[in-house]
Design a protein around this ligand. Structure first.
Ligand SMILES: NC(=O)NCCC(=O)O
Ligand SMILES: [Zn+2]
Ligand SMILES: [Zn+2]
Length: 474
């Protein structure tokens, strides 16, 4: 059905202006004033911002990890995402050494196909580089439309790849047109420190943080960046948690290397002291890399403001406190890593970032949507509001006040990482390709309506195409 959004303030990564939007057949047909279409539903956005739907470039839905599986799958996870204003997620497809890549990709399609309520894509984990893997990569990119690879420098004996694998992945990505993503922590040093901590009888959640100090993240971030420079390739560092790693990215960019960095809401508002909560509650806050000393938060906000970090991912990877996190009751290394962030990703950035004057409104859109669309081959179909783009749109009340809680979130997991936090701003309605997923704060979407997105190769969107899209917008 046609829709006209009236009375709102459109915000993109570059512009803020009042105009109406005509939506037809799932795309934006016109942007202007006094738009007419007889049979269109009028959507009143009075008092609201009209944002492009958020893009979360870092999720783990229905993922096996640490002897269990994430609580939120592609249905509950994408419903939560939509309530928070996200209309696209890119999830990590895990692979195993010696197993055809197609098996992993098919497994991820099976997990998502009938469940996702918003559009989605996949990144592909690279566990090893062999001649066989190299022969499979062109079809991953050209036929499957999976144009980003993920290499883990940590999780020894589980996901960790060696430096030669990272370097060869960077070379292959350069040749084929993919972006390499990296979990940057020095897994060998962490393995040594965790073994030593357990030998000394230190088993509680805080030791998760103490055995993964900022230096091991900074060192791995610097190493991956240097290898990227050497390969003349492109790198995206996921979940940057601390000043040490953010500084390494800023240095790499100054040298002219193609390195980008993502941070996550948890690192911007939570800190290492949360791991010391009594009654094992600290386990709720176990992420890798870990939460850091509080002073790192302002450094990360400054890096976002200055453009030294470019995106916000959720790293959504939820495990129930009861029955999953407690696998590590007597041994912090057995606590499944990760937390529920997908629903609150944009909320935290708006409330703590825009409302507190740390970033601008246009930066908010760039950090939560546009930049990810550009880096991951979705722009301009996704990530902006312009004629011809998908009508993925969030109507956002900037003054709504609420308290975040597991009582009111829409995920399946049994706790909220931000329990009791007071925030300002909330999506009122969310459209995916012109159809309501959230209408007046109620879920009205359908599991299975989300489409798999075959993405363009790295850097393929043309400057001319972008220019045309922006000049036709008002
Ligand atoms: N980050 C985390 O603790 N869990 C999810 C897996 C990963 O991204 O490393
Ligand atoms: Zn990671
Ligand atoms: Zn992750």
């Amino acid at each position: 059905m046609k829709k006209i959004i009236k009375n709102g303030v459109i915000v993109t990564a570059s512009d803020t202006y009042e105009a109406e939007i005509l939506i037809e057949d799932g795309v934006i047909k016109a942007i202007g004033h006094d738009l007419q279409a007889n049979d269109a539903e009028v959507v009143d956005a009075k008092g609201c911002y009209v944002f492009p739907g958020g893009i979360d470039p870092h999720t783990h839905l229905d993922m096996p990890f640490g002897g269990t599986v994430t609580k939120d799958d592609f249905e509950t996870g994408t419903i939560g995402a939509a309530f928070g204003g996200t209309t696209t997620v890119i999830d990590f497809c895990l692979t195993n050494k010696g197993v055809p890549l197609a098996n992993a990709i098919n497994a991820w399609h099976a997990k998502s196909k009938d469940k996702a309520v918003i559009d989605y894509g996949f990144h592909l984990m690279i566990a090893e580089i062999t001649e066989d893997v190299l022969n499979q990569l062109p079809s991953v990119i050209n036929e499957e439309g999976i144009t980003s690879f993920k290499v883990f420098m940590a999780y020894k004996n589980v996901f960790q790849a060696d430096d030669a694998t990272l370097y060869r992945t960077l070379l292959a990505a350069k040749e084929l047109g993919a972006l390499v993503m990296v979990h940057a922590e020095n897994g060998d040093v962490i393995d040594y420190l965790t073994t030593k901590a357990l030998e000394e009888g230190n088993t509680s959640p805080i030791y998760h943080a103490l055995t993964r100090p900022p230096e091991v993240e900074g060192e791995a971030t610097g190493r991956a960046s240097r290898l990227t420079g050497l390969a003349d390739s492109q790198l995206y560092v996921v979940h940057v948690s601390c000043a040490d790693a953010a500084d390494r990215i800023a240095e790499a960019r100054k040298k002219g290397w193609n390195v980008w960095g993502e941070t996550c809401p948890q690192y911007l508002v939570l800190d290492q002291s949360y791991l010391e909560k009594p009654d094992f509650e600290g386990a709720k806050y176990v992420w890798s890399p870990p939460l850091r000393e509080k002073w790192n938060q302002e450094k990360l906000w400054t890096a976002l403001k200055n453009g030294e970090l470019q995106t916000i991912g959720s790293d959504q990877c939820s495990f129930d406190f009861k029955g999953q996190k407690d696998l590590g009751k007597d041994d912090f290394t057995k606590i499944p890593n990760g937390g529920p962030i997908i629903e609150d990703r944009m909320t935290i950035l708006f409330s703590e970032g825009v409302k507190k004057g740390r970033i601008s409104l246009n930066q908010f859109v760039d950090l939560t949507s546009t930049r990810a669309a550009k880096l991951f081959g979705l722009f301009p179909q996704k990530g902006t509001i312009a004629v011809g783009t998908d009508a993925d749109i969030v109507i956002y009340d900037p003054n709504a006040e609420r308290t975040l809680s597991a009582e009111t979130h829409h995920l399946a997991v049994d706790y909220s990482a931000f329990e009791g936090m007071e925030v300002t701003g909330e999506p009122v309605s969310v459209l995916s390709r012109g159809e309501y997923v959230i209408k007046d704060k109620q879920f009205v979407g359908n599991p299975g309506s989300g489409k798999f997105l075959k993405r363009s190769k790295f850097g393929e969107h043309s400057a001319q195409q972008n220019k045309e899209l922006h000049t036709s917008s008002n």
